[in-house]
Design a protein around this ligand. Sequence first.
Ligand SMILES: [Mg+2]
Length: 381
Amino acid sequence: MRITQVETFAVPPRWLFCRIETDEGAVGWGEPVVEGRAATVRTAVHELAEYLAGRDPMRIEDHWQVMTKGSFYRGGPVLSSAVAGIDQALWDIAGKTLGVPVHVLLGGPVRERVRAYSWVGGDEPGEIAEAVRAQVEAGFTAVKMNACGRMNRLATAADIAAVVERAATARDALGPERDFAIDFHGRFSAANARRILPHLAPLHPLFVEEPVLPEYAHRLGDVVSASAIPIATGERIYSRTEALPALQAGIAVLQPDLSHAGGISEVRRLASLAETFDVLLAPHCPLGPISLAASLQVAFSTPNFLIQEQSIGIHYNKGAELLDYVIDPEVFRFDEGHLRRPLGPGLGIEVDEQAVRRADGSARDWRSPVWRHDDGSFAEW
Ligand SMILES: [Mg+2]
């Protein structure tokens, strides 16, 4: 079997899909994208496709090695995401060719269902209770929220009180049986995170995410030691070597993204590395159906898996929804806030190719918001 064609499709709301075709008819799908840099990653995918043309798609690991290490300058989100999408598509082809889901190739299922959480915002404190209640009614047992909107890197007493009030509102609406996680989104300095965490600890969040920016991983240990709250990070970590300082700093939850961190191949290894630190895996996934399907294949085969992020119905999916691009949305139907084990071959979804081809190029490229502080200086989003 040989790879004959690699195509990419830029589709709304902000996703990039790749389709790899073989001379024996097997087709695989992947989702290689960095939010806000879809066109850049698309170029990287086509550069890598030059190497893949005419090669055996079943040699996934060898291709991963060459794609990742085969140029002198390596790493970073763009290349790691391009490799990730191609890697997903190659696993899809392998599963379909052998007639089994990818998680069977990864050692078989270790659980029967996967717990997922929904997003409830948090930028606007007035909407939190209502948003939480809607997710509880929909059956979810966990939600995630922002701690704040734009914030100074050292907050005022009023800012700190507002963060705690948001979290308390969520806890009240959830009761003690359900979980909420809080995303600091790298908006705080390490000192600010240390100051706020002890105030949140009595509310028992499941975890606090990105308490500092990934470039300050050398400060993570200080943050971890500030309270008993489990600390999570990883959506902006792209490889095992980048994950190591965070793991050594004592984080509790590693959150690699299947579409950023080298795909199924590398996230599988990141999960295994995390296990040696007694750290749980919670794959980041604000993206589309292929990325979520790839996440589930890892979730079902990873013993130290905690919970899955997903973006179905989320406010920032403007112009298209995750379910618009799959033939059978049943795969992503929630049952008491859990997803069932996908039994289809490969990634376990059937991509609606006609819908993808129709949507290609139909939306303006999405860009990250640029925030400013009151004095006009740049603020972390
Ligand atoms: Mg996050």
